[in-house]
Design a protein around this ligand. Structure first.
Ligand SMILES: CC(C)(COP(=O)(O)OP(=O)(O)OC[C@H]1O[C@@H](n2cnc3c(N)ncnc32)[C@H](O)[C@@H]1OP(=O)(O)O)[C@@H](O)C(=O)NCCC(=O)NCCS
Length: 329
């Protein structure tokens, strides 16, 4: 019988739009304050994409960065996956736009929709494809432009979100297995706590849906908060168990960057000191599927993670969905 193949992570990359929107800027447009936003969320600023800069453009720039870090040519990619909640269009997929931008006309491409947990879901899809032998080298991207589905008059949501993209290249390996474990979960019963009501088939876009701003994010923040803490902690503990590793073996925990208080509560629940938790929410805000991968890329680029280190990613999002993975960088 053939030896089971493993997954090697060849490289990561990221890209953020240039424009910065600070809490002070928001103070001028909605009834809020830097003090409230910083204290309740940990967010100080977020990046905002241009009107002529769709999600696939951020995905493209993050992919180029990841290809450089992996030291491979784009032609070596044989599958493209884009996790996103804010696609360029409902159809075609953002992955197809990215494929076109990369000039890879033969690599199959599709989107993964699992809200903020999309990148973790993507790691599991990539791992399964590689282990099955169907594809050898996969480009996995988490890219979002939440600024374009935000109601900028709703202070309870508009202070939270931002734009950005991260990418990872995963490849087949006979020696390594850099994805030690993945745990996924979902519960559609919570679908009305965090959702984007219109623009799909339940509420096709009409003048009325636009006037009622039904194409923007709706959220019951306090209820989301509670479930997020419990599901993220559960998933992180389970993924650690499945990996066969202990907390002390993990160099860095990278939780979904949704709210500093959620991050602190998850760390407390898991008994992990804050110096082992990576945080960059103050400068990014919540960028949904892109949070864990852009944070991972920053940790690598700033030397917080070295080659061979173990890291655990954990995320939670609309659906609800959640997931955690232990990987080796
Ligand atoms: C959204 C969130 C920051 C709100 O914080 P909170 O402590 O729960 O605050 P509440 O919603 O209870 O609101 C408290 C008060 O602040 C007010 N408030 C809400 N947003 C505000 C803002 N941007 N600025 C000032 N005041 C604000 C509310 O109107 C409320 O006022 P009231 O007491 O007079 O009614 C928090 O619930 C949260 O982060 N939830 C999780 C959201 C999330 O992460 N979603 C994505 C998951 S992937």
């Amino acid at each position: 019988m053939d030896k089971k193949v493993g997954v090697k992570i060849l490289g990561t990359g990221s890209y953020f739009p240039k424009k910065i929107l600070t809490n002070a800027d928001l103070e001028k447009t909605v009834d809020t304050s830097d003090e409230w936003i910083s204290a309740r969320t940990g967010i100080r600023e977020r990046r905002i994409s241009e009107n002529n800069e769709p999600t696939s453009e951020l995905a493209y720039k993050a992919s180029i960065d990841a290809l450089e870090s992996a030291g491979i040519k784009s032609e070596q990619i044989d599958l493209i996956l884009v996790a996103t909640t804010t696609p360029d269009m409902l159809c075609p997929s953002t992955a197809c736009f990215l494929q076109m931008k990369l000039g890879l006309t033969f690599a199959p491409a599709f989107d993964i929709s699992a809200a903020c947990s999309g990148f973790i879901y993507g790691i599991s899809v990539a791992k399964a494809f590689i282990e099955s032998g169907l594809y050898k080298t996969i480009l996995l991207v988490g890219a979002e432009e939440l600024s374009k589905v935000t109601d900028w008059t709703d202070r309870s949501t508009c202070v939270l979100f931002g734009d950005g993209a991260g990418a990872m290249i995963l490849s087949v390996s006979q020696e390594n297995d850099d994805v030690l474990s993945v745990v996924l979960g979902a519960n559609g019963l919570y679908s009305d706590l965090l959702f984007l009501p219109a623009g799909g088939t339940a509420h096709p876009a009409t003048t009325e849906t636009v006037n009622k701003k039904m194409h923007t994010i709706k959220m019951r923040g306090r209820e989301v908060f509670k479930v997020a803490v419990s599901k993220m902690a559960l998933a992180a503990v389970k993924a650690l168990e499945l990996s066969g590793k202990k907390r002390k073996d993990i160099k860095l925990f990278i939780p979904h960057q949704a709210n500093m208080r959620i991050i602190e509560a998850v760390a407390k629940k898991m008994g992990i000191p804050m110096d082992k938790i990576f945080v960059n929410i103050h400068k990014t805000g919540n960028i949904s599927t892109a949070t864990t991968i852009t944070a991972l890329d920053e940790a690598v680029k700033t030397g917080k993670l070295q080659k061979g280190d173990l890291v655990e990613l954990v995320a939670f999002g609309g659906g609800f969905t959640w997931g955690a993975t232990v990987i080796r960088v």
